[in-house]
Design a protein around this ligand. Structure first.
Ligand SMILES: Nc1nc2c(ncn2[C@@H]2O[C@H](COP(=O)(O)OP(=O)(O)OP(=O)(O)O)[C@@H](O)[C@H]2O)c(=O)[nH]1
Ligand SMILES: [Mg+2]
Length: 462
C-alpha cells in the first residue's frame, strides 16, 4: 500500500497543526525528515523538521504507532507542528518529497476498515461525530463508534446464521428420527423472535437516523402570513426580512436549528399567490420545489385573513399545494393568534378543530409576535416525526434503515414460506437474502461502489 499523508487538523491559524502519515514508508520518512535514527512506539519525541537542504521548516513532536497497533493498522506517524497554513503546507510538501502521497477523503478510515480495525458502522460513526449538528447526535455517534450498534447487528446476524443452519439441516435430513423439523414449531418460534428483535433495532435506528439527519421543514403559505416571522422565532434571531408588505420573501432561505434535540433544516419560502411580477414568480416556483422535497410542511396562515368564513385550513392547503398533503407531512400553523382575541374572530372555533382531528390533521395556534404557542409547535412537530429525545441512542443512517427494512421483509417472506407452504428451500433462500442485507450494514457484504460513496464523503485526514 502506498504511504499516504494529509493535514489532519483544520486549516487556519492554531497552536498546533497535525500531519498524519500511514503506510510502510511512514517510519522512514519521519527519520529522514527529522534526522533521527529511530522512534519508540507511543512515545512523543521532540524534533526539528528539515528541508532537503538542511534548513528548518518547523519543530514539534513526532508520534509513532507501529503496525498493527494504530488507527489504520499500518505504521502511522503523526507530526505535530505549529498550526498555520504556510507551515503546514511546507511540511506536507516535504513529506510528499520523501515519498508519501496525498490521502483521499476518508482514506485513513478506509484503511482501518480494510485492515479490520473497525466495521462500516464504526467508520461511518467517525464521520457522523465530526459532522454532528447537535450534542445528542455527537454523543450517540461516539456510542456507535464504540461498537454498540455493530454489536446489535452482529447478534442478529448470529441468530440468522443459526436459523439458516436449522432450516438447511431440516432440508438435508428430512426424515431424521421421524421428526419434521419444518413443522415442529422450533424454527417458527426462532424466526419470530428474530423478527421481533429486528423491529426493535429498526426503532432504535430510526431515532438514530433522525438524530443524524434531522428533518427538512418547509414553511409555506400565503404572502404576509408570517412565515419569515416564524423562521426567525425558531432560529432565535432575525434571519429573514419581515415587513408588512405582501411578497417580502422572494428567494428561498435556509436555516438549521436544533430544537429539543432534533435538527431542523428550515426553509422559508415566498408566499404563494398569482402574480405578474417575474421575480416573485420565480420565487414561487422555488417554493414549490422546496414543498415537494420537504419531509414536513408547516402551512402558516394568518388567522385574521387567510381563511374565509366558509373555508377551512384543509381547503387552503389544497389550494396552496394543488392537492392535500398527507396528514403526517402537514402541520397547520394558525398564526397571529394575538390578534384573534382583539377582533373576536369566531371562525376558528372548535368545529374546525374537530374536522381536522377527525381527518388526522393537526393545527397549532401561535403568535410569532408574542411567542405564544411556539413551544407547543416544537413539541407537536417532534411527536409528528416520531422523535423522542433519546437517552442512549445510537446514530444511524438511511442506508442502515434501508438494509434493516429489506432484512425484515425477507423474514416476512421466510415466515410465509414456512407457515403457509412449508417450503423449506424457499425459507432457506429468504433467510440467505436476509443475512446478506443485514451484513451490508457492518460491511460484511458491501459492494465496492457503496464503500467508495461512504468513504468519499469523509474529510481529508480522517
Ligand atoms: N400581530 C402579529 N403580527 C404578525 C405575527 N406574525 C407576523 N406578523 C406580521 O405580519 C407581517 C408579515 O410577516 P412576514 O413574516 O414577513 O410574513 P411572510 O409570510 O414571510 O410574508 P411574505 O414573505 O410576504 O410571503 C409582518 O408585519 C409581521 O410583523 C403575529 O403573530 N402577530
Ligand atoms: Mg417572508
Amino acid at each position: 500500500m502506498i504511504t499516504i499523508a494529509a493535514i489532519a487538523t483544520p486549516l487556519g491559524r492554531g497552536g498546533v497543526g497535525i500531519i498524519r502519515l500511514s503506510g510502510a514508508k511512514a517510519y522512514a520518512i519521519a527519520c529522514q525528515l527529522t534526522g533521527k535514527s529511530g522512534f519508540t512506539p507511543r512515545l512523543a519525541s521532540f524534533c526539528r523538521f528539515y528541508q532537503a537542504d538542511g534548513t528548518v521548516i518547523d519543530e514539534g513532536l513526532v508520534l509513532y504507532f507501529r503496525a498493527p497497533h494504530s488507527f489504520t493498522g499500518e505504521d502511522v506517524i503523526e507530526l505535530q507542528g505549529h498550526g498555520g497554513m504556510i507551515l503546514q503546507n511546507l511540511l506536507l510538501a516535504r513529506v510528499f518529497e520523501l515519498g508519501a502521497k496525498q490521502a483521499a477523503p476518508g482514506e485513513f478510515s478506509y484503511r482501518a476498515f480494510d485492515n479490520d480495525k473497525m466495521d462500516l458502522v464504526q467508520a461511518e460513526a467517525i464521520a457522523d461525530a465530526i459532522d454532528a449538528t447537535s450534542a445528542a447526535a455527537a454523543s450517540s455517534a461516539i456510542r456507535s463508534l464504540s461498537g454498540e450498534f455493530s454489536q446489535h447487528i452482529n447478534h442478529l446476524l448470529e441468530q440468522l446464521i443459526h436459523l439458516r443452519l436449522h432450516v438447511e439441516a431440516a432440508i438435508d435430513f428430512p426424515d431424521e428420527e421421524d421428526v419434521d423439523f419444518l413443522s415442529d414449531g422450533v424454527i417458527q418460534s426462532k424466526l419470530e423472535q428474530t423478527q421481533r428483535q429486528i423491529q426493535q433495532v429498526l426503532m432504535t435506528a430510526k431515532q438514530g437516523q433522525l438524530l443524524r439527519d434531522g428533518i427538512h421543514v418547509v414553511l409555506a403559505g400565503r404572502p404576509n402570513a408570517g412565515k419569515s416571522s416564524l423562521l426567525n422565532r425558531l432560529a432565535g434571531q432575525e434571519r429573514a426580512i419581515v415587513t408588512d408588505v405582501a411578497g417580502t420573501t422572494r428567494d428561498t432561505l435556509q436555516e438549521t436549528v436544533v430544537l429539543n434535540g432534533l435538527t431542523l433544516h428550515l426553509t422559508d419560502t415566498a408566499g404563494i399567490r398569482d402574480t405578474d411580477d417575474m421575480v416573485e414568480r420565480i420565487g414561487i416556483a422555488r417554493a414549490r420545489t422546496a414543498i415537494e422535497q420537504a419531509d414536513m410542511l408547516l402551512m402558516v396562515y394568518d388567522v385574521t385573513r387567510d381563511i374565509d368564513d366558509d373555508a377551512t385550513p384543509l381547503q387552503l392547503a389544497e389550494q396552496l399545494f394543488g392537492e392535500l398533503p398527507a396528514a403526517k407531512r402537514l402541520l397547520i400553523i394558525a398564526n397571529k393568534s394575538d390578534l384573534l382575541n382583539n377582533i373576536n374572530n369566531n371562525k376558528h372555533t372548535s368545529a374546525t378543530q374537530i374536522e381536522l382531528n377527525s381527518r388526522g390533521y393537526e393545527q397549532v395556534h401561535v403568535s410569532c409576535e408574542t411567542g405564544a404557542g411556539i413551544a407547543d409547535l416544537i413539541e407537536i412537530l417532534c411527536a409528528k416525526v416520531g422523535f423522542h429525545p433519546p437517552e442512549n441512542s445510537l446514530i444511524a443512517r438511511t442506508r442502515h434503515l434501508d438494509a434493516l427494512r429489506r432484512t425484515a421483509d425477507c423474514l416476512v417472506d421466510a415466515h410465509e414460506q414456512l407457515t403457509v407452504f412449508q417450503a423449506g428451500e424457499l425459507v432457506a433462500e429468504s433467510l440467505r437474502y436476509a443475512q446478506q442485507y443485514l451484513g451490508e450494514i457492518t460491511g460484511e457484504f458491501s459492494a465496492d461502489d457503496l464503500l467508495g460513496k461512504i468513504f468519499g464523503s469523509f474529510c481529508i485526514g480522517k
